[in-house]
Design a protein around this ligand. Structure first.
Ligand code: NCN
Ligand code: DMD
Length: 348
């Protein structure tokens, strides 16, 4: 599938803008380097926005929800009905990400890709239902190739909408009972890791539950001997929301829209996106280190240093949303601080 849209080249960051921003950091009224990583954040954004003085004003958050056939293996602490129930909670504004989006003044876009306990039409929830659930990937490929294409296209379409709204930043989130098992299986396949290295507690499994989850992932991996690369792994082991996220990340990188990655599941989607199109990596900023066991290994594989480490493991884009004020502060300092010349302050 080398002629697929997701193989098209990604945009290039602007090296001149990065240079200009780095030089400006050296002129601001502070000892050089004293704002630490906040300086790097501002320079990173300058290169992505192609301007010496970047800003992160209009934030777009798409939360993709979908159910997982593998949930029938008893791999989550919560029942599958929660995925559909949470869609209603997103719509009525009580979910964590709804609260955070309100406080950020961010646009929250919720997408139902297929839930067993389907709440039907809801205000402000976009229906892009592919099927009520993926198949149980211990027994069959999670989805068909056509369903994979559809899910990735949904992600790309949400990025197009974000661009129509002049977004400065795209954040993808997910909701799906059982999706840490899918993300673990996909990551094990992509990284050639054993389930024990990556499987964690998800919504709250105890040690016996994690051991069962490892067994489920091992059974699924045993079926993948004839798989052919990241597209195949995504189709066989992924979920509709994970495929939509991968599609969204690629489309954003192709369109010069920077991405803030959330937690474990979204990072598995990000790794898949980078395997499908390596130029995506340049457009990804990583918000936080999830409490989920496998996250650090995924971050290492992507050479990523997340901004925050708060022991969060909620998903929904919540960790990324919490990091937005930090990005805004870094850019505001960079834009608004006085230079030594302007303030009449002596240099070293
Ligand atoms: O983002 C994370 O790092 C994260 C870590 C653990 C769990 N989650 C969320 O919990 C759900 C999946 O957990 P589980 O146990 O059902 O596989 C799903 O809705 C995710 O958004 C999210
Ligand atoms: C209540 C609940 C909310 C969530 N949000 C993301 N994943 C979730 C899982 C559960 C169980």
């Amino acid at each position: 599938m080398n002629d697929a849209w997701w193989s098209r080249p990604c945009a290039a960051a602007d090296a001149d803008a990065a240079c200009a921003a780095r030089a400006r950091q050296g002129r601001l009224t502070k000892p050089p380097g004293s704002l630490g990583k906040l300086e790097d954040i501002a320079v990173w954004w300058a290169a992505r926005q192609g301007t010496e003085r970047p800003g992160v004003e209009r934030v777009w958050i798409s939360v993709f929800a979908a159910d997982h056939g593998v949930a029938e293996e008893g791999v989550s602490a919560f029942p599958q009905a929660v995925t559909g129930e949470m869609l209603r909670n997103f719509a009525t504004g009580g979910a964590a990400i709804a609260v955070l989006a309100r406080h950020l003044g961010a646009r929250l876009d919720v997408v139902n890709l297929g839930t067993v306990n389907d709440p039907g039409e809801l205000p402000d929830v976009h229906r892009a239902v592919i099927a009520p659930t993926t198949a149980n990937f211990c027994e069959a490929p999670a989805m068909t190739r056509e369903q994979l294409r559809e899910a990735m296209q949904v992600g790309a379409d949400r990025v197009a909408l974000a661009l129509d709204h002049d977004a400065d930043l795209f954040i993808g989130g997910e909701m799906g009972i059982g999706n840490t098992t899918a993300a673990t299986a996909l990551s094990c396949a992509l990284l050639d890791e054993a389930p024990e290295a990556l499987a964690g507690s998800g919504t709250g499994l105890d040690d016996a539950g994690i051991a069962r989850k490892c067994g489920v992932v091992r059974r699924a991996l045993a079926r993948q001997a004839d798989a052919d690369g990241a597209v195949d792994y995504l189709q066989r082991l992924g979920g509709f929301e994970i495929a939509a996220l991968a599609g969204a990340y690629i489309a954003a990188a192709q369109a010069r829209l920077p991405v803030l990655v959330d937690g474990f599941i979204t990072t598995a989607a990000a790794l898949t996106a980078v395997r499908l199109n390596e130029g995506v990596r340049d457009w990804l900023c990583f918000s936080h280190r999830s409490h989920e066991r496998g996250h650090q290994r995924l971050l290492d594989a992507l050479h990523a240093q997340p901004l925050l480490d708060l022991d969060m493991r909620l998903g929904e884009a919540s960790g990324a949303a919490v990091a937005v004020p930090l990005l805004r502060m870094a850019c505001a300092l960079h834009r608004e601080m006085a230079t030594f010349e302007q303030a009449g302050v002596s240099r070293a």
